[in-house]
Write a protein that binds this ligand. Structure first.
Ligand SMILES: *Cc1c(COP(=O)(O)O)cnc(C)c1O
Length: 361
C-alpha cells in the first residue's frame, strides 16, 4: 500500500499495521503470501530467488518505512552484521564500543587477525569516539550495549562521523525503531537481529540491514545486497512471513514490556540479593548483579518457574540468563550478571516468580 498517499504522516503504530500489504485491488488478500519458489519465469524484474522474493519485499518495505530508509532481510542478525562489517576495507580501522554483542566482538577480532585495526572505547567516552574517528574507515555502535546497558551519545558521535565521511553502522536491536532511529541522526546503516523484538515470538532467526535513503545510503545498500546475494545468507520466505506477522504488534508488545521493565527495575533495586541494577530507563532489558558469585546467579536462573532460563531476548515470554556462561562473553561483564529480557506477561506474576527465586539465592 502506498502510504505516502495518506493525508498526514502516519504514526509509527499505524505504519506497523498498514505497511507491506498487497495493493487493495478487488479480491486481493490482506497479507502477502509465503512465496515458495526458487526461480521466476524469464524476463521479469528478478530471475532467481537468492536475489529477491515477494515475501521479503513486503517485510523490507515495512521495516524500511519504520527506520526511514531501504531495508534488506538477511538469514540472521549475524548475517546482517557480517554484511555490514564487510563495508570496512580490509586492513583499515574500525571504531567500536569496548563491549558489543559477543558475535560482533568475535567478528571484530577476526577483522584484526586479518590485519585490520579496531579501536575500542568505553560507551561513555564520547570525546574518545570523536577523536578516534579521524582517519577511521568504519564506526560501529550499539546503544544500549548488550548486556551492560551502557548508553552512547549517538547524536554527537554520528554527527562527527558524518562530517568526516566515516561509514557508520548502528545495531538497533535493543531499542528498536520505536526508541531510536539512527538514520535520522545521520547513520549510514542500521542492523537488526530480527530474531528479537521485531518478530517477537522466539520462533525465527532473521536479520536485517537498513540504509539511508540518500545517494550515499543507496550505494552502500547495493554493496550490502551484493554481499547477501554472493555470500548467500538469505532468509526463508516462511520465516520472513512470520517476522512480518510479528512486526504488526511490535508497538503494543513493546509498550507492555517496557512498562513491566520499569516496575521490575525499581523492585529489583530494593531486593537484598540484588547488587547493581543496570537499566537505562527505557526499553525492556535489565541487567542485575546477583549475590557474590557466578553460583548465586546460576541459582537464580535455575529457580524461576515462569521466567525462561535461555539465551536470546525480545520475545513475548520473559527470559533470563547469566551471560558469562558463554566463554566468548567479554570479561568486562561481571560473572554474577544476569540479563533479564522482560516480556508481556502480567507484571505481578513476573515479580512473584523473580522474588521467590531471589529468596532462594
Ligand atoms: C541477538 C543479537 C544479534 C545476533 O542476531 P542473530 O539473529 O542471533 O544472528 C546481534 N546484535 C544484538 C544486539 C543481538 O541481541
Amino acid at each position: 500500500m502506498a502510504l505516502e498517499n495518506a493525508q498526514a504522516p502516519l504514526h509509527v503504530d499505524t505504519v506497523l499495521v498498514a505497511s507491506g500489504r498487497p495493493q487493495r485491488t478487488p479480491g486481493a488478500s490482506v497479507n502477502v503470501p509465503v512465496e515458495l519458489t526458487s526461480t521466476y519465469a524469464a524476463d521479469g524484474p528478478v530471475n532467481y530467488a537468492r536475489v529477491a522474493n515477494p515475501t521479503w519485499n513486503a517485510f523490507e518495505s515495512a521495516l524500511g518505512e519504520l527506520e526511514g530508509g531501504g531495508a534488506l532481510v538477511h538469514a540472521s542478525g549475524m548475517g546482517a552484521i557480517s554484511a555490514a562489517l564487510s563495508l570496512a576495507a580490509p586492513g583499515r580501522t574500525v571504531v567500536a564500543p569496548d563491549q558489543t554483542y559477543n558475535g560482533t566482538g568475535d567478528l571484530l577480532l577476526a577483522f584484526e587477525q586479518a590485519g585490520g585495526t579496531v579501536v575500542r572505547l568505553h560507551a561513555s567516552d564520547t570525546e574518545g569516539f570523536l577523536s578516534a574517528l579521524v582517519g577511521a574507515d568504519l564506526l560501529w555502535l550499539e546503544s544500549p550495549t548488550n548486556p551492560l546497558m551502557d548508553v552512547i551519545d549517538l547524536e554527537r558521535v554520528l554527527a562527527r562521523s558524518r562530517e568526516l565521511g566515516v561509514t557508520s553502522v548502528v545495531d538497533n536491536t535493543l531499542p528498536t525503531p520505536l526508541l531510536s532511529r539512527p538514520l535520522a541522526l545521520g547513520a549510514d546503516v542500521v542492523v537488526h537481529s530480527v530474531t528479537k523484538y521485531l518478530s517477537g515470538h522466539s520462533d525465527v532467526v532473521l536479520g536485517a540491514t537498513v540504509v539511508a535513503d540518500t545517494e550515499r545510503g543507496r550505494a552502500l545498500g547495493e554493496r550490502l545486497q551484493r554481499h547477501r546475494t554472493l555470500h548467500g545468507a538469505i532468509a526463508g520466505p516462511l520465516e520472513v512471513y512470520l517476522a512480518l506477522r510479528g512486526l504488526r504488534t511490535l508497538a503494543v508488545r513493546f509498550e507492555r514490556a517496557c512498562a513491566n521493565a520499569t516496575v521490575l527495575a525499581e523492585r529489583l533495586a530494593g531486593h537484598p540479593a540484588v547488587g547493581r541494577v543496570r537499566y537505562p530507563g527505557a526499553g525492556a532489558m535489565i541487567a542485575i548483579e546477583v549475590g557474590d558469585d557466578a553460583a548465586a546467579a546460576e541459582r537464580l536462573c535455575a529457580a524461576t518457574r515462569l521466567w525462561l532460563h535461555s539465551t536470546s531476548l525480545g520475545g513475548v515470554e520473559s527470559q533470563l540468563e547469566r551471560r558469562r556462561r558463554h566463554p566468548s562473553e567479554p570479561h568486562a561483564v561481571p560473572v554474577n550478571l544476569v540479563r533479564l529480557s522482560v516480556g508481556i506477561e502480567h507484571v505481578e506474576d513476573l515479580w512473584s516468580d523473580l522474588e521467590q527465586a531471589l529468596d532462594a539465592v
